[in-house]
Design a protein around this ligand. Structure first.
Ligand SMILES: Nc1ncnc2c1ncn2[C@@H]1O[C@H](COP(=O)(O)OP(=O)(O)OP(=O)(O)O)[C@@H](O)[C@H]1O
Ligand SMILES: [Mg+2]
Length: 257
């Protein structure tokens, strides 16, 4: 098993109005090539902050991030480094520029990375849309002219266009209604197998963890308090906090059923 992502001793603090929040505290973990690691934890536990450090949208105060054995820039990342790690956000509508068409959104990465000849891009974008279950006819629409589920598929297509090695999904299915959520999860699972993609999958939904992840990391107040195979952690959580999280999820499930 080769390690694709390695995070070592990561710290990230925010200072606002004289107050400092330690959002990520001494976080270390590895993700193997082709593996899906879920990250769970209550609101404010630092999941998105960790995701932002991994994709280079936030600069950690300390620590190292390596991809396939090579360090990723802590301050500014090169174009190539940015290409290798892509992110899918919770709300596709705020992540997609409303003025751009679906084609130009997908084409943006190709323009930056010059990976596909200009004359081939329209056909390639159509094929990519088909691979995420969308009709190529949507290429000329804008984000406001497609549904939320379609927009999330476009976000996924856009991330995949530049052939990343690591996909970081931050609550990528949380805003979708249940039936669309199931379809998008199935799509991600299929993509993962087809492209041998490695994923860090942030979610507050433990049912989603079961469906998509191999291992799960539990965050609490900026720290990873527990990490291991999903079955093991769910069957026999070692930490009190993980037990609380699991029983809260169970209560919710019984309340609603
Ligand atoms: N830009 C920011 N400036 C100041 N504080 C921030 C900023 N972003 C996050 N925080 C704080 O850092 C901590 C971790 O936030 P983060 O968004 O990483 O949590 P999260 O686990 O993703 O939560 P959620 O499940 O609600 O998305 C919180 O205390 C939050 O208030
Ligand atoms: Mg978050």
């Amino acid at each position: 098993m080769t390690t694709l992502l390695s995070v070592d001793g990561l710290d990230l603090s925010y200072t606002r109005a004289g107050r400092t929040t330690r959002a990520v505290r001494d976080v270390s973990f590895e993700v193997a090539a082709g593996e899906v690691l879920a990250v769970v934890g209550e609101s404010g536990s630092g999941k998105s902050s960790l995701a932002k450090c991994i994709v280079g949208l936030a600069q950690p105060d300390r620590g190292a991030i390596e991809l396939a054995g090579a360090p990723l820039g802590r301050r500014r990342r090169s174009k190539e480094e940015r290409r290798r790690v892509q992110m899918v956000f919770q709300d596709p509508r705020s992540a997609l520029d409303p003025r751009m068409t679906v084609f130009s959104l997908i084409d943006e990465g190709w323009r930056t990375h010059r990976s596909i000849a200009p004359t081939d891009r329209r056909a390639a974008a159509g094929a990519l849309l088909e691979s995420v279950g969308l009709d190529p006819l949507l290429l000329d629409r804008r984000p406001s002219q497609i549904s939320g589920g379609q927009a999330q598929r476009v976000s996924i297509a856009r991330a995949l266009a530049v052939e990343p090695e690591l996909l970081v999904c931050d609550e990528a299915v949380s805003a979708l209604d249940v039936s669309v959520q199931t379809q998008v999860l199935a799509l991600l699972a299929e993509i993962r197998t087809r492209l041998k993609l490695t994923m860090v999958f942030i979610t507050h939904d433990l049912g989603v963890v079961r469906r998509i992840a191999d291992r799960v990391a539990v965050m609490y107040l900026g720290e990873i308090v527990e990490i291991g195979p999903v079955d093991e952690v769910f069957a026999a959580p070692e930490q009190e906090y993980t037990r609380t999280l699991l029983s809260a999820a169970l209560d919710l499930a019984t309340d609603w059923n």
